[in-house]
Design a binder for this molecule. Structure first.
Ligand code: TEU
Length: 553
């Protein structure tokens, strides 16, 4: 068994503040809105929350373009509101992770405003520049740029600045020790307020080779292989650990791109860096290569997906620690992507997927709304979208004369805005989210899919979710127990055991919309069903469509 720590046992509930609850009638969620839902959040049985960025921002990428790291966005409220929120969570025994976005800031941050005035500005070296007298900068990729080009010309300094994301998100220069100190000071500012951890945005990109070598073809746009592996990446993380993370006892989870060996370097305990990293391999599975996130029309292969989880689990079995999640603000709704959002299967498959997240080894991350089985909104028109990624990609397809209709069809499955629609609280106009026009359309199914309806229905995904958090909390085997894949080649069923000392749980999950059979090879005669999404007590190797069963052997 690994060393026990609270964050290894935690179920973390992610809140996208913009879409959670609007308290002041501007159509945008806010901090007072979250405060009004604290008891609901506590009732889920979760241990911690992760708040997407709440800082001052022009919001071209919804808070991932920060113009003031020490203030709360006026749209969301005041610092007083934040302090009340933090105390409200802590009074309920809930820990709080803040989003740390320091690979880049907003071009409206005072640092950049100053830096872009003159090469002599004390802030010039807070950013990466290529002086124009040296000609064109060596190619770098940008994900939110219409031309996919990571350098933008700035007239006043006669130089190009680097931006891996949008041109409104200039990359910060971590090679500059002064900049790094600024970042640590920001982290200390929030740590002194008593927050419990950071979710670290795009952290893998912070270090750059500032000799700016030309890139071999295979590096072009290849995030894990080049952009996420800068020469001093781990030196900086170790420095940050010494300066802030260890002294303030913070828990951390990072966007560390790449395969297992790369990600291990972030979270191997002996290296004194971070605690957890996301598994991008599993979440990015099943899209066509090099085509944005177009879902493969052939669907996705469960057998291969299971192998990814097996590999990631074993990588962190002794050192480091994994995470399990099926959605976040960069993803579509999990039930549409990994389950089935047809009316007859939406709740069943939501329960099945939540069973997966909460019975795997690794810290469980759950995204607001997934506890009631919210699904993709599937916009028909590009005008309905808000997301900078979607709009950039749409413009690219259009510029190339590509098939826009096909693109929009694909985005109904994978676009980020599907996962950002407002929380569905009740069946009143505005879904109990707002009385105004919401910043992003509300899924029209809010009249039936909402928290109030779910509370009133004993069989709802919501009540099932609460049973899951209870079950996990009551059983160390579900937190620390060994994970063993069962019937690995079964194309329909994800089956595994979780074992600790004499306790063995068998988890059977049918990922298909048909009856399926699993061959566990285990003696099930003494098995006892502790949770089943059909409410069935049967211990059986035959599973109904999307059936989930947690069996104690
Ligand atoms: O995402 C960083 C990232 O590299 C990817 O997750 C990428 O943005 C995503 O796959 C696009 O679909 C983080 C944030 O989570 C994201 O919301 C921001 O847009 C991005 O950084 C820029 O700050």
């Amino acid at each position: 068994i690994q060393n026990k720590t609270w964050w290894k046992e935690a179920v973390i509930y992610q809140i996208y503040p913009r879409s959670f609850k609007d308290s002041d009638g501007d159509g945008i969620g806010d901090i007072k809105g979250i405060i009004s839902k604290l008891d609901y959040i506590q009732s889920l049985g979760i241990d911690a929350v992760w708040l997407n960025p709440i800082y001052e921002s022009p919001n071209k990428d919804n808070g991932y373009d920060i113009s003031d790291y020490r203030n709360v966005s006026k749209q969301f409220g005041s610092m007083n509101d934040f302090d009340t929120l933090l105390a409200g969570f802590h009074n309920r025994g809930i820990k709080v992770f803040m989003d740390l976005v320091v690979n880049h800031c907003s071009n409206e941050h005072p640092w950049f405003k100053e830096a872009s005035k003159s090469r002599n500005s004390p802030y010039y070296n807070y950013f990466h520049w290529w002086p124009a007298e040296k000609g064109e900068p060596p190619y770098r990729f940008s994900i939110f740029d219409e031309k996919g080009y990571g350098w933008e010309f700035n007239k006043a300094t006669n130089s190009y600045y680097l931006h891996y994301f949008g041109d409104f998100q200039p990359d910060l220069n971590w090679e500059n020790p002064k900049l790094r100190q600024e970042v640590y000071d920001i982290m200390k500012f929030w740590s002194k307020k008593g927050i419990d951890g950071f979710r670290m945005d795009a952290l893998a990109f912070i270090s750059k080779d500032t000799t700016w070598p030309g890139l071999p073809a295979e590096y072009n746009g290849n995030w894990p292989l080049y952009y996420a592996s800068g020469p001093h990446l781990h030196d900086y993380i170790q420095e940050m650990n010494k300066e802030v993370l260890t002294p303030y006892k913070l828990a951390t989870v990072a966007e560390a791109m790449g395969d297992v060996p790369r990600v291990k370097k972030f979270v191997d305990e002996d290296r004194n860096e971070l605690n957890m990293a996301y598994n991008f391999e599993a979440i990015d599975f099943g899209y066509l290569p090099n085509e944005y996130k177009m879902p493969d029309p052939k669907g996705w292969d469960l057998v291969k997906w299971k192998q990814i989880y097996k590999r990631w689990d074993s990588a962190f079995s002794e050192k480091g620690w994994g995470t399990v999640y099926l959605a976040n603000h960069d993803q579509p709704r999990m039930v549409t992507r990994w389950g089935n959002d047809a009316p007859e299967f939406r709740e069943l498959s939501s329960k099945m997927l939540n069973t997966f997240i909460l019975t795997m080894r690794g810290t469980a991350f759950t995204y607001y709304g997934d506890e009631i089985g919210m699904n993709n909104i599937k916009f028909d028109k590009v005008e309905d979208y808000n997301d900078v990624e979607l709009l950039t990609n749409y413009a690219q397809v259009k510029a190339k004369g590509g098939d826009l209709k096909r693109f929009l069809e694909g985005m109904k499955i994978s676009s980020r805005d599907n996962g950002r629609t407002p929380m569905q609280w009740d069946s009143t106009a505005g879904a109990g989210f707002t009385l105004a026009t919401p910043w992003l359309k509300i899924n029209p199914n809010y009249t039936t899919v909402n928290v109030a309806a779910a509370e009133a229905n004993n069989n709802s995904a919501l009540h099932y979710f609460r049973k899951l958090t209870k079950l996990r909390k009551a059983n160390e085997a579900l937190q620390y127990g060994t994970f063993t894949l069962v019937d690995a080649d079964n194309p329909d069923v994800f089956a595994y055991t979780r074992t600790l000392n004499n306790k063995i749980f068998l988890i059977l999950l049918n990922f298909k919309n048909k009856t399926a059979t699993v061959k566990t090879g285990l003696d099930l005669s003494k098995g006892k069903t502790v949770l089943n999404n059909y409410g069935s007590a049967n211990v059986s190797e035959t599973l109904q469509p999307y059936e989930a069963s947690v069996i104690e052997l």
